[in-house]
Ligand binder design. Structure first.
Ligand SMILES: [Zn+2]
Length: 252
């Protein structure tokens, strides 16, 4: 099934990687839609007015347009119906990867006003990363050519605040929460040097910037960034206004 143009971009990739991608996402091109007779007509109706972004710049613009709607309340709730579900049931080609916090007030699909199959979304406390999370972020760009990664920090982040206090006091957070604090240590150390008026907020912004920087320069993603087929953006979400503010890496 190629209603979304999926194979076109995937043709750039190696066979082994494609096989792994297909196995993981269930998006093998060998699949035959059970609703083949009905799907194309419905698919055209949904997809035609709103073609999928194919570049980092287009993808980023799409997200920011959605965020404007979220801020203003003029929401479209795009692609959230059975027709869309049918369209993406056999294959997917999200145009963005969002790495954000687990905070219940920061749901990427809502604050960017996106629909089913638009985004790969990863959420960890304060966007803390480790090998599994990094691998999951890499999945879209490395297998289906997803052109954009956004690392989204936010206002009044509880995970950042707890980590800041624990690291400052040399305390150990309970359970596995300490792993989050340790993952945030680089952001903490940067914050200590220039804390600003609100150190926790400074650290939240630093965490998004540093995480995006690490992804941008890692050995697997850096080549994609270099040839401009991928942009890695850091951003900050205001709980008060709903607005997403770009911190670094916006595609031009
Ligand atoms: Zn948070």
């Amino acid at each position: 099934m190629d209603a979304t143009g999926h194979p076109h971009r995937r043709a750039m990739l190696t066979g082994g990687l494609l096989a792994a991608a297909a196995a993981l996402s269930g998006c093998s091109s060998k699949s035959t839609p059970k609703t083949a007779d009905a799907a194309p007509r419905k698919a055209t109706k949904t997809a035609a007015p709103d073609p999928r972004p194919t570049t980092a710049k287009e993808a980023f613009a799409r997200l920011m347009e959605g965020n404007k709607r979220w801020v203003s309340g003029n929401l479209q709730h795009p692609d959230r119906d059975p027709t869309r579900r049918e369209l993406v049931a056999q294959t997917q080609e999200p145009y963005g990867v969002i790495l954000s916090c687990i905070d219940s007030r920061v749901p990427p699909e809502l604050l960017f006003d996106t629909g089913l199959g638009d985004l790969y979304v990863l959420r960890t406390g304060a966007q803390a990363v480790g090998p599994v999370v990094t691998g999951s972020v890499e999945y879209g760009p490395m297998t289906t050519g997803t052109p954009l990664i956004v690392v989204l920090g936010h206002q009044r982040c509880g995970a950042v605040e707890a980590s800041y206090k624990a690291l400052r006091e040399g305390a150990t957070l309970p359970g596995n929460l300490q792993a989050i604090a340790e993952a945030l240590r680089p952001a903490y150390e940067q914050t200590v040097k220039r804390p600003g008026a609100d150190p926790v907020d400074t650290m939240a912004r630093a965490q998004a910037r540093l995480t995006a920087g690490d992804l941008r320069s890692n050995k697997d993603l850096a080549p994609l960034v270099k040839k401009h087929s991928l942009a890695v953006v850091s951003a900050y979400y205001s709980l008060d206004t709903g607005q997403v503010e770009v911190l670094s890496g916006a595609p031009s």
